[in-house]
Design a protein. Structure first.
Length: 400
């Protein structure tokens, strides 16, 4: 069934690819940003009141209307902003609109505000990097949900790159993600080098993991602090990353033994029921880190012969001298996958929401995790069926 579904979606994407394009729009891009609100020389203090979330973005802003908004285009510079929880507007005619109260700040002022917020919370910072098929309103909504779900004790930053928010624009999203690598790694480097940042928790979803992993590698290589120890807790939800590439390269920097001993760890949430990653596998030809698909059919047969599910995961890094701590954990969410695509279990499944919240807050163990034949892989088991309302309450969904 999964193979048929992947084939159908892939065929649609391939057939539609030639007709899917990024439209420039009806207004020259420089006119969208000429209003001083897009490039403030100083902070408009009243404009940032109540905007407790931090944003860094390479999206092109549109400051022509009453509300500042972020488009799906690239921009010529990275901008810094504060935002409040999204609001739903219901016009008399047409579909409802999600408005994100947003105000830009000069970069120096933004960093000062982040420092002050972090110093109030022992220097802890959470950085969220979204994935494919997202708009700024959708990721702002997810950012607020993560805050409510985890009750994270520190400022939360959303890094917003120009995803198109379109099912058939995967290739555009992938292109823009790679285009944005330098912007993101420069930002992460500055964040990691700030003396007042004591702990960085990174949460990435889907394609966002392909921004995060190389950037962390870059910071590790360039840091004067040999252990880059404030980047401690990296969470990859449904990562759209080549599994074999991850296995081969991750030990060199990101999970080097000295960093693992200094509390660096990576937690991956993976599901065999993830339809989006099934399509990505079909497009790229090889399995993704966030999907335990068995590329080797003989390995799958061996697992079945042993009475085990045919699920294959990234292997654990091998060290000459094993670190004293565990640096790599995979949580198999297949049995508790929720939602249409199975691609956002960390925000859509009660069992995963609970585990994710605990992991964000530093927990390395969870009573709901069930051991498997691999020491670094755990699965989550459902405790029954839940109504949409129960899931919404447990996972802290905003109004749909």
């Amino acid at each position: 069934m999964m193979r048929k579904l992947s084939g159908i979606i892939l065929a649609i994407m391939m057939l539609s690819g030639c007709s899917v394009a990024v439209e420039y729009g009806d207004v020259p891009h420089n006119l969208l940003t000429e209003n001083p609100r897009c490039n403030p020389a100083q902070t408009d203090a009243p404009a940032i009141v109540g905007k407790d979330y931090f944003a860094v973005t390479s999206r092109l802003p549109d400051c022509l209307g009453e509300n500042v908004r972020l488009t799906n285009h690239r921009t010529d510079r990275v901008r810094y902003a504060r935002f409040a929880p999204p609001l739903t507007a219901k016009p008399a005619k047409g579909d409802k609109q999600i408005i994100v109260p947003l105000a830009f700040q000069p970069e120096a002022d933004w960093w000062d505000g982040l420092r002050d917020a972090a110093n109030l919370r022992k220097g802890r910072v959470l950085l969220y990097v979204h994935g494919y098929r997202e708009t700024f309103p959708s990721t702002a909504k997810d950012t607020v949900q993560i805050a409510n779900l985890t009750q994270f004790d520190g400022p939360i930053i959303q890094y917003s790159w120009p995803s198109q928010g379109n099912l058939l624009s995967y290739a555009v999203d992938e292109t823009n993600m790679y285009w944005d690598e330098r912007n993101f790694r420069n930002f992460l480097t500055k964040l990691a080098k700030a003396e007042w940042v004591k702990e960085i928790v990174i949460v990435s979803h889907s394609l966002g993991a392909r921004l995060v992993i190389p950037a962390v590698e870059y910071v590790d290589r360039s840091s004067t602090n040999a252990d880059s120890s404030n980047i401690s807790n990296i969470i990859l939800a449904s990562p759209d990353v080549d599994r074999e590439d991850f296995e081969r390269d991750i030990a060199e920097e990101v999970l080097a033994a000295r960093r693992v001993n200094n509390d660096r760890r990576i937690t991956v949430y993976a599901s065999r029921s993830d339809k989006a990653l099934a399509v990505s596998r079909a497009l790229h030809g090889y399995p993704r880190l966030g999907s335990p698909y068995c590329f080797n059919p003989f390995e799958a047969k061996e697992l079945i012969a042993k009475g085990l599910p045919a699920r294959c995961f990234a292997t654990k890094t091998k060290y000459e001298t094993q670190p004293s701590k565990t640096g790599f954990t995979i949580i198999d969410t297949t049995d508790v996958t929720s939602g249409g695509s199975g691609h956002s279990d960390y925000l859509r499944s009660i069992a995963v929401c609970r585990d994710f919240a605990a992991t964000v807050n530093g927990s390395r163990e969870n009573a709901d995790r069930i051991s498997t034949q691999s020491a670094h892989v755990f699965r989550l088991q459902t405790s029954g069926k839940f109504t949409k309302e129960q899931v919404a309450a447990a996972c802290k969904w905003a109004d749909e």
